[in-house]
Design a protein around this ligand. Structure first.
Ligand code: ATP
Length: 363
């Protein structure tokens, strides 16, 4: 899968209409700070997922002096395709896949697959569990847009459950029971998908991590769930989760919120049996993330039969020579990649197509 042509109009600091003809291998966006390099990655991310990397609001995406934005791309994935997104002057969403209008941005999921690697990804280890869950949910949603619907439905029921726990309307115990059954149903489907993906990711990440560390480090990734011994419970998962919600009711009524559920699950990383968050150096944490990202790429290949597009935002120069070379070797001739950097590292990037970015324009 690769994007041949990207067009931006009034997106972030790209005020004038900008057209980029892209290479299907590595494309490098070079420029000083605050020139618009990341904004180009944001545009690709938006075309893939219907949201920017940091989930900005519409007004933050439209150029300050303008009242609409429009981005399009043509991409190849066994055939030529086109995606158009934006907001028009009447404040209406524009979403078209191969010229067919769509209602929701979530319809974009599964068309262009992207893997993003940015300095913020260190937070996948150091940050809160919600970041790790979002990572996993985004990954699975790209592979299976139905998963995105499941998550939306789960969150809606959870919101309503918390609402009645707070407000306690008449007969709310009957409603609570209905919600618990619904949550148990969605949880079963979501958890089966989450552990399936984690089981595949962990094998791929372990292999990569071994290669990256000359066989000195063994990386383990674990899904930590509110359901103990999750994998053994799969045959009866829905019934088991319903029971857990029932058991939690007393505490939930007391605290007026839902205290258990997959919205509190987490992913744990261990290197040679030690918790990466607590015991590993910054360099080891970065290597863990690199292994995870490369595993993600291979996972897309194994699930979709095509490599995703890789967005490397400001991370390339953060990696040491060995890891950069490893990364370039892993993507070479197979993964379309976009790299943002302030300096063109001649030795490693000299061979690729370079776009010089200055003040929202391609020089
Ligand atoms: N809606 C907007 N309209 C106009 N300009 C914007 C808008 N949103 C952000 N910008 C500007 O876009 C500029 C470029 O941002 P971007 O993050 O792409 O820079 P960058 O080249 O990746 O820089 P760095 O190397 O510092 O990461 C910023 O100066 C920012 O103020």
């Amino acid at each position: 899968m690769y994007i041949n042509k990207l067009t931006l109009d009034n997106f972030r600091n790209f005020k004038n209409k900008t057209v980029l003809n892209l290479e299907n291998s590595v494309n490098v966006f070079v420029g000083d700070n605050a020139q618009g390099k990341t904004n180009l990655l944001e545009a690709i991310h938006f075309l893939a997922l219907g949201k920017s990397i940091t989930n900005q609001k519409k007004d933050e995406l439209i150029h300050w002096d303008k009242d609409y934005f429009y981005i399009t791309c043509t991409y190849y994935n066994s055939k030529s395709n086109k995606i158009e997104v934006g907001y028009n002057q009447d404040n209406r969403k524009i979403i078209k896949i191969n010229s067919v209008e769509q209602k929701k941005y979530s319809s974009l999921l599964g068309n262009i697959n992207v893997v993003i690697f940015s300095p913020d990804d260190l937070l996948l280890i150091k940050g809160s569990p919600s970041l790790r869950r979002n990572f996993l949910d985004q990954e699975i949603s790209q592979l299976s847009p139905y998963y995105n619907n499941l998550m939306t439905n789960y969150k809606k029921v959870l919101f309503n459950r918390n609402k009645i726990l707070k407000e306690r309307p008449h007969h709310f115990m009957e409603t609570l029971d209905i919600y618990d059954k619904q949550l148990a149903g969605f949880s079963e489907e979501i958890l089966v998908k989450r552990i399936d993906i984690i089981s595949k990711l962990k094998i791929l990440a372990r292999l990569t991590h071994r290669k990256l560390t000359d066989n000195t480090e063994n990386l383990e990734i674990k899904y930590a769930s509110f359901v103990d011994n999750l994998e053994q419970k799969i045959p009866e998962l829905k019934v088991h989760i319903y029971e857990l919600f029932k058991q939690s009711r007393e505490k939930d009524l007391y605290t007026r919120q839902t205290n258990i559920g997959l919205h509190r699950d987490d992913i744990e990383f261990y290197v040679n049996g030690k918790d990466v968050k607590k015991y590993c150096s910054q360099g080891q944490q970065r290597t863990t993330i690199l292994s995870l990202k490369l595993a993600e790429i291979e996972m897309f290949m194994s699930q979709r039969g095509t490599y995703p597009i890789l967005l490397l935002d400001d991370v390339f120069s953060e990696l040491d020579y060995k890891r950069r070379s490893f990364l370039l070797k892993a993507i070479k001739d197979k993964v379309q990649t976009f790299i943002t950097t302030t300096e063109k590292e001649q030795e490693l990037l000299g061979a690729f197509k370079v776009f010089n970015i200055k003040n929202g324009m391609i020089k």
